[in-house]
Design a binder for this molecule. Structure first.
Ligand code: ADP
Length: 496
């Protein structure tokens, strides 16, 4: 059985750091790669060695698979961890890695290929008794045929890109008259984003929750489920807040959905860590897709199971059998994750660029921050605008929720607008507290004015603080300089 001694992490930012940390704990050496935009990134300094790949655009740096493989040969690397995004779901890259005699820390290229295409995935699982959303099993090109299907399935329907990801190429159609136009838009978006214009139709499930199951399989035929995560708080069909476990999944359903996820994994002989995504409505769940990599939101599963998923990925890649059995796995407590994006929630979540003029992480019991930035750094425009992932853990959901609100209040980020104020709004919202929320939370409850009252309150506090500090300061000049600093910080915090 091969023993991995040195891993190259073909990624950047928080996930590169996350992987380096587990590798260090296992006594494995690490190689970081970076682009010119990331010269000063913490992941570059955390690794034992670091190699510059090229200019900032991903196509000239993090996506240069052949160059990365060359680096591995030069530095006597045994294995590549692709993280998420970039090359992680690129079957050709996984193939080239194996052909070069290296270990790809992930599933087989065949599994990536099947699950990377939503239609191929549906076909693969069709013999495994997996509940599916009513819809087509083939790509559609003829609008007249699509209209016929629309009438059979019943409106609203959803047009989806087969090669889709990140919510792209998805269009909701409410009536037959809109179908042709929406279908053409979906096809052109899918073609420009994925180079593959195949689209298909699904019944649009109006009030749905996004429930996904973490699975872990070894190369000896054992596959486990590590329970569910709920990721229903989304904007633009993309996740912002995740939690584990989900409030709506009963013990029976947990077993049912977990076992369904294992069957999905078995349909493509999956090994490593993977995520099977389902859509949930009124106690029923339907297969959406499988992500053949480590997921952004994996920390919430780590917190409730006590399992280091990156470590397990590495052991599986070495060919070790999983030591755990399904009955060993238990849920302990509750965990939340918020994605801290450089975006302006008060302006339609548009990306915000700039410098992290101040950056202070929350600390304390039950709080974890995964990030890849330091104060003074710029958020590069070339990559995903995620600054950090903030996770909270508690013995109950309510404890973890209150802890998250406390941690968000403690997080100080100035210079860039972030999703943190939006996240705080969610964590204090009655529909989030009682679990009745669905993937339409933003449309239903969040407007551009939703944070205003919060801002006004904080502005008032800032004004009171400033006047107290000013009065104190007028007695002592030295103190006065402190007061103006405090004042500006309070003001900034109001806009966090
Ligand atoms: P992507 O690969 O682009 O992320 P997914 O199939 O995983 O696409 O779906 C992303 C999100 O879109 C889901 O979490 C859900 O909110 C919504 N969605 C997907 N399919 C449906 C459907 N049939 N009905 C309603 N919403 C859906």
């Amino acid at each position: 059985m091969p023993q991995i001694k040195k891993i190259l992490i073909a990624n950047r930012g928080e996930i590169a750091l996350r992987i380096i940390r587990s590798a260090k704990e296992m006594g494995i050496k690490t190689v970081a790669v970076y682009s010119e935009a990331d010269r000063k990134s913490p992941h570059v300094f955390a690794a034992d060695e670091a190699i510059l790949l090229g200019p900032p655009p991903s196509s000239e740096s993090y996506l240069l698979g052949n160059k990365i493989i060359e680096v591995c040969k030069q530095l006597e690397v045994d294995a590549i961890h692709p993280g998420y995004g970039f090359l992680s779901e690129n079957a050709e890259f996984a193939d080239s890695v194996e052909k070069a005699g290296l270990i790809f820390i992930g599933p087989s290229s065949e599994a990536i290929r099947i699950m990377g295409n939503k239609l191929a995935a549906k076909k693969a699982v069709s013999a495994y008794n997996i509940p599916m959303v009513p819809g087509t099993e083939e790509a559609i090109t003829d609008p007249e045929f699509a209209k016929q299907l629309g009438n059979e399935i019943g409106y609203p329907i959803l047009i989806k890109a087969s090669a889709g990801g990140g919510g792209k190429g998805m269009r909701v159609v409410h009536k037959a008259e809109e179908l042709e136009e929406q279908m053409n838009l979906a096809i052109s978006e899918a073609t420009s984003s994925f180079g593959d214009g195949s689209v298909f139709i699904e019944k649009y499930i109006e009030s749905n929750k996004h429930i996904e199951v973490q699975i872990l399989g070894d190369k000896h035929g054992k596959t486990l489920y590590l329970f569910e995560r709920e990721c229903s708080i989304q904007r633009r069909h993309q996740k912002v807040i995740e939690e584990a476990p989900s409030m709506v999944i009963s013990e029976n359903l947990r077993k049912e959905i977990g076992e369904a996820a294992v069957r999905v994994a078995e349909s493509c002989n999956y090994h490593g860590a993977g995520t099977v995504e389902f859509i949930y409505e009124n106690g029923a769940f339907y297969f959406l897709e499988m992500n053949t990599r480590l997921q952004v939101e994996h920390p919430v599963t780590e917190l409730i199971t006590g399992i280091d998923l990156v470590k397990e990925q590495i052991l599986v890649a070495e060919g070790k059998p999983l030591e755990l059995n399904q009955h060993d796995l238990k849920i302990h407590g509750h965990a939340f994750e918020v994605r801290v994006y450089a975006e302006d929630p008060e302006n339609n979540f548009l990306p915000d660029i700039g410098t992290l003029t101040s950056y202070m992480r929350p600390q304390g019991y039950g709080v974890r921050v995964d990030d890849g930035f330091e104060q003074g750094m710029d958020i590069p425009i070339y990559y995903d605008p995620m600054i950090a992932k903030l996770t909270s853990f508690g013995s109950t959901r309510d404890e973890a929720r209150k802890r998250m609100v406390r941690a968000i209040d403690e997080y100080t980020i100035t210079g860039i607008k972030t999703t943190l104020p939006f996240c705080k709004f969610v964590f204090e919202h009655p529909a989030f507290i009682d679990g009745s929320f669905d993937t339409k939370f933003v449309e239903k409850y969040f407007g551009e004015d939703s944070l205003k009252s919060n801002n006004i309150e904080q502005e008032k506090i800032a004004a009171v603080m400033a006047s107290i500090l000013f009065n104190k300061g007028s007695k002592n000049l030295k103190q006065k300089s402190t007061s103006s600093k405090e004042k500006s910080n309070w003001k900034n915090r109001a806009f966090r």
